[in-house]
Design a protein around this ligand. Structure first.
Ligand code: 6PG
Length: 240
């Protein structure tokens, strides 16, 4: 298994510009190689600034966005208009500013029951990949301060999934459902990039990259590229 590539930056601005440059490079390589760039976004707060940067004049002209297809590595099981929706956050910060057509955006349908929502999302993804293996060009991931990533939360049954898939998971600590890629689905991406900054992440980073190997306690330890490479983009407070 390849070791992850760890990048630590002095501040968040340098970190975000480096990740934006990396994403642009991977996007243009993918478009050159196979005519499209399949990107699975992460949610929560950390990526908002990255998405705003990509939509800014500094980056928006560096990628042919009509050849970019957007997916979500996980989604909160909330209505589409909920402020907790990852898709709504991405719409505001990235899709609307870049005028991304709806046909390039693949959202989780949370109006269905959790099991159905996950099953239909997987079918949607399989249809886009035309029943070839689902190898996303890039999957962006965040890291929770409890060492979860996507919606792979500690001590949940979804951590035991051995097949690339999309599953619902009820998260006791949130008292809520999430819809998430399984670790095997994430691990067959060409590139996986963690975006982690802020000192409240330092403990989780230490756990993930540390000596104690226990994926049930530290689910982000499940993430290792079977085909490609894992990159960490951190600021120095998170990497402390
Ligand atoms: C989500 C994310 C989740 C996130 C971490 C970190 O749906 O919330 O996909 O995995 O990356 O919880 O969230 P913050 O960036 O908000 O700290």
């Amino acid at each position: 298994m390849k070791e992850p590539v760890i990048n630590v930056f002095d501040n968040v601005t340098e970190l975000l510009n480096a990740l934006a440059d990396f994403l642009v490079k991977v996007a243009n390589e993918a478009i050159e190689a196979h005519g499209q760039f399949t990107l699975a976004l992460s949610g929560g707060n950390s990526p908002k600034k990255l998405y705003e940067l990509l939509a800014s004049s500094a980056y928006k002209n560096q990628v042919d966005w009509k050849k970019v297809y957007f997916f979500f590595g996980d989604e909160r099981y909330v209505p589409a208009d909920s402020l907790a929706s990852n898709a709504l956050m991405a719409k505001k910060t990235l899709f609307d500013p870049l005028l991304i057509p709806e046909t390039n955006i693949f959202k989780v349908d949370t109006s269905l029951a959790p099991e159905e929502s996950a099953r239909i999302y997987l079918e949607t993804i399989e249809a886009h990949f035309q029943d070839t293996p689902i190898n996303f060009d890039l999957i962006l991931l965040g890291l929770g301060d409890n060492a979860h990533t996507a919606s792979l939360f500690p001590h949940t049954s979804v951590l035991e999934e051995k097949v690339p898939s999309v599953k619902p998971v009820f998260v006791d600590e949130l008292n809520a459902y999430r819809i998430t890629f399984t670790a095997p689905l994430i691990n067959q991406a060409r590139y996986i990039a963690f975006l982690v900054y802020g000192e409240d992440k330092a403990e989780a980073v230490h756990q993930i990259l540390g000596e104690e190997r226990d994926f049930r306690k530290y689910p982000a330890q499940l993430i290792q590229a079977d085909l490609g490479s894992v990159y960490w983009f951190m600021d120095k407070t998170a990497a402390r």
